[in-house]
Every structure is written in structure tokens, then in C-alpha cells.
Design a protein around this ligand. Structure first.
Ligand code: HDE
Length: 698
């Protein structure tokens, strides 16, 4: 190989891109590139070599430091809830709970408390997609004046298991199978359903996980629940049981299964992008904060045990009191430093809030503190900026450890001490009155390793959930179980699940068996016969979101020669109702409209399929439509909008495309050539009555 010509000095100046203008020398010390130890760097483009074409020298500490730091950039991902998206915001109390608690965050009306909220999927890895069928984590860190309060919840109010000792088994079963390393971010496989079939206590949670709640439309449209029962403690140390709730202002909304699967391909970051973009656009997501409060006597009177996290307290039984709100109004500046390094601990509770004896919660009290050590690598993880107690300083006599960032002055690192008597700083002291106190729960029972008999009913609440759903939701739920069990290769596992389902609802078991083309097996024997509870319509999704386009997206597909007036009319109408409108065109540069003006596109057709919109409009010219008939992306655009039960507005020129995509006329397919008004009503909701025409449900 011929040596390049030129002198060594000339060669050393050649930067990637040749221009060198982005790599100018910086003499201002505040802007100068340095090593981690502050040594200014003269050349960030070339390593130090033994000659122009010679080997790189070990001496090159600039190169070594840069590469070494890069080599160690990744830290272990969370063992569960690895994939997450987060935002900053504030919590504001609207009604004081002073009668029940002395926690200032719940007594000082109008005071804004800074929060950091992280949403997550549970089973998938950090790089998995946003829309699998899964529970969503809903973890809120409130930086209160009395220390951080981490309300580490989910979007489903119950859980799979009753005792923390089963958590590693549950997670091993649901994650990718141990020998083959798949499936990723999916519960539809042998080991998960094997565990479920053998653990009837998971049945209630399975109903929720198979419902459309597990395939949310947006993180801005999920509910949040503290799940475990906590206590509030007032000034007199009197206790009240409490369940915590978050309610999205945009209403609870979901996708359809076929849609969620296709979104995963179209935009794996669908939820992360949606949250980020909404906040960036100033459309801040908001939740109401609510509590269900119960005295000991009220808890004792319930026909189930509130310490059992597989049970829900229907709001028809104990109403939810809305006492505050949370607004997320700022995106993180740095994903790693904030979203990734945030550490949530159910043990972070200010004075006036306390845990209960729920055996699931009790295990969590250990796990979260512990797991940070392998993930963040140091007992000082609370000193990371995102985890610091910002509302009040932390001060104690714990010292040193890996990555200690504090410089503690003085000798007071033990207590009691009398250093103050000699004029030295004596250090912080305990506060018996204002400090955290645990509820004086009388114990005094014999040590046992068993499950309370009050936890034995595994089916009444599953039945309550299933029977409380609307017919559409019941069909979706049954179909979800059919889908998941169809991916289970072990027949005995499917049979066991079916046998358990008969305890929930015979109709459900029959539907699932028919969907699998399997015989219905004998009913499994429940530990306790389930009871019929009063149905709870509040457990439904349908009807829980207002008919509005607020927070949703409308996609307008256009071609050259399209009528700009129709595009404008759709945009005006949808934006006035709160929607974000995106122009989709065959080419990203945009289209030339009928009147000769250029309309810029927000995205190209193949990259902006209709799955990512809540309603679509097809504003085409005759020639444009003729072109699109040859493009499967265009046909899919219309077909998917139709089968995902979305409103489709169209101009007459788009008719051939609709026909080719199999779109049939119904109330949601609206001619907007003469005016867009008729498009609004159907666009605000899904066309449920269309579903039987486009999908075979169980
Ligand atoms: Fe978690 N869970 N969990 N979990 N959990 C974790 O902690 C655990 C449970 C929840 O955005 C881990 O920091 C046990 C219920 C959320 O960073 C780990 C048990 C609920 C997040 C852990 C449960 C949750 C986690 C992994 C059964 C709803 C993400 C990383 C006893 C109330 C927080 C971490 C974030 C994360 C343990 C059950 C919610 C391993 C042992 C029930 C939202 O500590």
C-alpha cells in the first residue's frame, strides 16, 4: 500500500470531515475540552502514534481515559422495570388530610412539592419496546420538606402474588426463558403461564393484565395505584389505612392488541416519545391524586383482607377522595443521570405515613434499597442529584463508602458525643417529636411460616373484575388469554389454566376453550369457594375517557394536488379540540397543493403509519390516489385505521384507496370534501360497533 504524501505536520491537522471548523481550538478555559482531571486536550481527532502510520502509543493517556470511560458507561439495568421514561413536575395538595396524617406534604394545601416520576414496563429489558402487553410501573418521587416520599406504584391496583418470597419465581417465570433467551418483553410463553396455572392467587391480576389496561395508549393516559395498603398517622399517632390513587386528566385510554403489536414495529419508543413531545410542546400531563381511607373497624368489616395485595377495594365500597394533583412539566436534561440513575424506595416515607403488614410490601421494604447496590454500585446512591432529598438536607453520622461525594468536617461521626461542650460541632440529633415513628401495632403472635387463611380466596375478585367489564372489554380479555395460551406449547399448562378459569366465570372459560379449540377440563378445586360480589363498573375502561381529541393525534395523509382548504379545515377543527395534527406525505419534503403552494410534511408515509394516530384524514388528488394504489404503505394506512376502529375522514378522490384497503362505509368513515365538521365526533372515540366486522374475538 502506497504511503500518503505530505508532511507529518500537515497530516496531523486533518480532522474527520476535513473541514476542521467544528474542532477549533478554544482558548476560553470555561469552554476548553479537558481530560477528566482537567488537563486541556489539544487534539480530539487523532490518537498519539509512533509515526504517521505507526501503532498507537500506550503513553496516550488522552485516548486511554476516553476509551476506558466509554467501556464502563453502562450499568446493570433494573432487574424489573428496566425500560422506563420519566419527567419532572410538581405535586399540589388541594385538600388537607390533617385529621389523618401529620405528613406536611398531605396537610399543607396549595404548597407545591417537586416530583420526579418514572413510568416503566416490567418484563422487558431497557432496550425493549414500549407497547408490549405488560403492567406499567408508576413511580413518583416527591421531594418533601420531611424527606423523600417515593410512591412506587403500578397502573394496576393488585399484584400477582401475596408474599414477597414468591417474587423471584414470578419474575424468573415471566422474563425470557432461561435456556433460550426469549421471548423478550412478553408474557405469552410456557414458563409464565406454568407459574400462573400453579398459583391461583395470580388469577385476579391476570384478569387485569389481560385487559386493555395492559396495552395503554399513552403514559399520560394510565391510572396509578400504590397497590399495597399503607397507613397514615396523625399527631396523636392514630392510624388510618390508606390506598393511594393517581387518575389521568386525559382519561384512561388503551390501544387494541393488533394496534399495539404494530406500533411496536412502527415506533418502539411510542410512549417515551409521546411523553417527551407532549411536555416539550407545553401540553403537560396531569393526574388527580386520591386516597381511599379506612379505619381498622372498616377494614375488619370488609369481606376480604386489605393486607392481601391480590385484592382490590372497589371504589363503590370505599370512595376515592381526590385531595391533590400532579403535573409533569419538564423533561429530564439527561436520560442516564436522571431517568436511569433514579432509585425509588418504598421505604422512603415521611413522618405521618407508615407501612402496613402486607407481606408483599414487607419484602419490598428490603428489596429496593438492596438492589441499588448492584445497580448503582454504592451505598451512597442517595447522593446522586436525582436521588437527593431536595426538600430538606440529609444529615446523619454515616460516613465514607464508595463514591462518597460529601466532605464532612469535624470529628463528630459518632453519637452520643459531648464535643459541643468543648465548642466543637456535635452533629445532628434525633427528634422524638417530629421524626419518623412507626405505628405501635400490637404483635405478640407465635413465629410462623404460613399464609393467613384470610388470603385464601383467590377467585372472588377475579370474578368481580371480569363480570364488571363491558361486553367489548370482556371479549378483548378473553381474546388476550386465547392469544397468550396459543403461544404456550405445553398442553397441560393450558389445561390447568382453563381449569382455574372455570372458577372465575364459566362463560369466560368456555370462550377461551373455544378460542383454543380445546375441551373444557374439570374445574380445579379452589381453596375457598368464590363469592359473587356487587359489580364495580368503575373497573371498566370504556367510558372512562371524555369524548375529546385532547392529548391525541390526528394524521392527515396528503398527495400532490390535494385541496389545501380541506387540510386546513381538518387541522383547525382537530387543534381546536386539543389534538396534535401531523401531515403525512409520500415524500418527507412535502407536497404541492392544488393551488400551487407547498405543504411541508411532518413525516413520510412509510415512517408514519396510521397506528400512531387516533384518527386519520385522507386528502388526496385523483392522480395522487392513483399513485398510492401502488403503495402498500398507503393501503395499510387506510386499512389499519379501519381495523383499529379509527375515524377516517376522506375526500372523494380517495375513494379508490379506501376500496382497495377494504374500508367499508360506516359512521366513522366521513366524507370531508364539503366540510370537516362531521369528522370531529367520530374522531373523538373509537368506532366500537365496527369491531365485529373486522375482528374475530373469543
Ligand atoms: Fe417492584 N421492584 N417489587 N413492585 N417495582 C423494583 O427496584 C420488588 C412490586 C415497582 O422506576 C426493583 O429499583 C419486590 C409491586 C416499580 O425505578 C426491585 C416485589 C409494585 C418499580 C423490586 C415487588 C412494584 C419497581 C427493581 C414483591 C407496585 C420501578 C429496580 C414483593 C406497587 C421503579 C428497583 C423505578 C422496581 C422489587 C413488587 C412497583 C427489584 C421484591 C407490588 C414501579 O427492588
Amino acid at each position: 500500500m502506497a504511503k500518503p504524501k505530505g508532511t507529518a505536520a500537515a497530516a496531523s491537522k486533518v480532522a474527520p470531515g476535513q473541514g476542521g471548523e467544528l474542532h477549533q481550538t478554544e482558548s476560553d478555559p470555561r469552554k476548553r475540552l479537558t481530560t477528566n482531571h482537567g488537563v486541556p486536550v489539544s487534539d480530539d481527532q487523532n490518537s498519539l502514534k509512533g509515526g504517521r502510520r505507526g501503532p498507537t502509543l500506550l503513553e496516550d493517556f488522552v485516548l486511554r481515559e476516553k476509551i476506558q470511560h466509554f467501556d464502563h458507561e453502562r450499568i446493570p439495568e433494573r432487574i424489573v422495570h428496566a425500560r422506563g421514561s420519566a419527567a419532572h413536575g410538581y405535586f399540589e395538595l388541594t385538600e388537607s388530610l390533617a385529621r389523618y396524617t401529620r405528613a406536611k406534604v398531605l396537610t399543607e394545601v396549595g404548597v407545591k412539592t417537586e416530583v420526579f416520576t418514572r413510568f416503566s414496563t416490567v418484563a422487558g429489558g431497557a432496550g425493549s419496546v414500549d407497547t408490549p402487553r405488560d403492567v406499567r410501573g408508576f413511580a413518583v418521587k416527591l421531594y418533601t420538606k420531611e424527606g423523600n416520599w417515593d410512591l412506587v406504584g403500578n397502573n394496576i391496583p393488585v399484584f400477582f402474588i401475596q408474599d414477597a418470597i414468591k417474587f423471584p419465581d414470578l419474575i424468573h417465570a415471566v422474563k425470557m426463558e432461561a435456556d433460550r433467551g426469549f421471548p423478550q418483553a412478553a408474557s405469552a410463553h410456557d414458563t409464565f403461564w406454568d407459574f400462573v396455572g400453579l398459583m391461583p392467587e395470580s388469577t385476579h391480576m391476570i384478569m387485569w393484565a389481560m385487559s386493555d389496561r395492559a396495552i395503554p395508549r399513552s403514559l399520560r393516559m394510565i391510572e396509578g395505584f400504590g397497590v399495597n395498603t399503607f397507613r397514615l398517622l396523625n399527631d396523636k399517632d392514630e392510624a388510618t389505612f390508606v390506598k393511594f390513587h393517581w387518575r389521568p386528566k386525559l382519561g384512561l385510554q388503551s390501544t387494541l392488541w393488533d394496534e399495539a403489536v404494530k406500533i411496536a414495529g412502527a415506533d418502539p419508543d411510542f410512549h417515551r416519545r409521546d411523553l417527551h413531545d407532549a411536555i416539550a410542546a407545553g401540553d403537560f400531563p396531569e393526574w388527580e391524586f386520591g386516597v381511599q381511607l379506612l379505619s381498622q373497624a372498616e377494614a375488619d368489616a370488609l369481606p376480604f383482607d386489605i393486607l392481601d395485595a391480590t385484592k382490590v377495594i372497589p371504589e363503590e365500597m370505599v370512595p376515592i377522595r381526590i385531595v391533590g394533583r400532579m403535573v409533569l412539566d419538564r423533561n429530564p436534561d439527561n436520560f442516564f443521570a436522571e431517568t436511569e440513575q433514579s432509585a425509588f424506595l418504598p421505604t422512603n416515607i415521611p413522618p405521618g405515613i407508615d407501612v402496613s403488614e402486607d407481606p408483599l410490601l414487607q419484602g419490598r421494604l428490603f428489596s429496593y434499597q438492596d438492589t441499588q447496590l448492584s445497580r448503582l454500585g454504592s451505598v451512597n446512591f442517595h447522593q446522586l442529584p436525582i436521588n437527593q432529598a431536595k426538600g430538606c438536607p440529609f444529615q446523619n453520622l454515616q460516613r465514607d463508602g464508595h463514591m462518597q461525594t460529601q466532605v464532612f468536617a469535624g470529628r463528630a461521626n459518632y453519637e452520643p458525643n459531648s464535643l459541643a461542650e468543648a465548642g466543637e460541632e456535635g452533629g445532628p440529633r434525633e427528634d422524638p417529636k417530629g421524626g419518623f415513628r412507626s405505628f405501635a401495632q400490637p404483635l405478640g403472635e407465635t413465629k410462623v411460616r404460613l399464609r393467613s387463611e384470610t388470603f385464601a380466596d383467590h377467585y372472588s375478585h377475579a370474578r368481580l373484575f371480569y363480570r364488571s367489564q363491558s361486553p367489548i372489554e370482556q371479549a378483548h380479555l378473553a381474546s388476550a388469554i386465547v392469544f397468550e395460551l396459543s403461544k404456550v406449547s405445553l398442553e397441560h399448562v393450558r389445561i390447568r389454566v382453563l381449569a382455574n378459569l372455570r372458577n372465575v366465570d364459566e362463560g369466560l372459560a368456555k370462550r377461551v376453550a373455544a378460542g383454543l379449540a380445546m375441551d373444557l377440563p374439570a374445574k380445579s378445586a379452589p381453596a375457598v369457594e368464590p363469592e359473587d360480589m356487587k359489580l364495580s363498573p368503575a373497573l371498566r375502561i370504556i367510558g372512562k375517557y371524555p369524548p375529546t381529541l385532547k392529548g391525541r393525534a390526528v394524521g392527515v395523509l396528503v398527495t400532490d394536488g390535494a385541496d389545501g382548504k380541506v387540510v386546513d379545515a381538518v387541522r383547525k377543527l382537530a387543534e381546536a379540540d386539543g389534538a396534535m395534527v401531523k401531515i403525512v406525505a409520500p415524500k418527507v419534503g412535502g407536497v404541492t397543493l392544488k393551488d400551487g403552494t407547498l405543504l411541508k410534511a411532518d413525516g413520510q408515509l412509510a415512517g408514519m403509519p396510521s397506528m400512531i394516530f387516533d384518527a386519520v384524514a385522507l386528502v388526496l388528488s385523483k392522480e395522487g390516489c392513483a399513485q398510492l394504489l401502488k403503495d402498500s404503505a398507503a393501503i395499510d394506512f387506510a386499512m389499519n385505521a379501519f381495523v383499529h376502529l379509527k375515524a377516517i375522514g376522506f375526500t372523494a378522490e380517495a375513494r379508490p384507496l379506501l376500496a382497495k384497503a377494504g374500508v367499508e362505509d360506516d359512521a366513522g368513515v366521513v366524507d370531508i370534501g364539503g366540510g370537516a365538521k362531521g369528522f370531529l365526533e367520530p374522531a373523538r372515540t373509537r368506532q366500537w360497533e365496527r369491531e365485529p366486522k373486522v375482528r374475530m374475538l373469543a
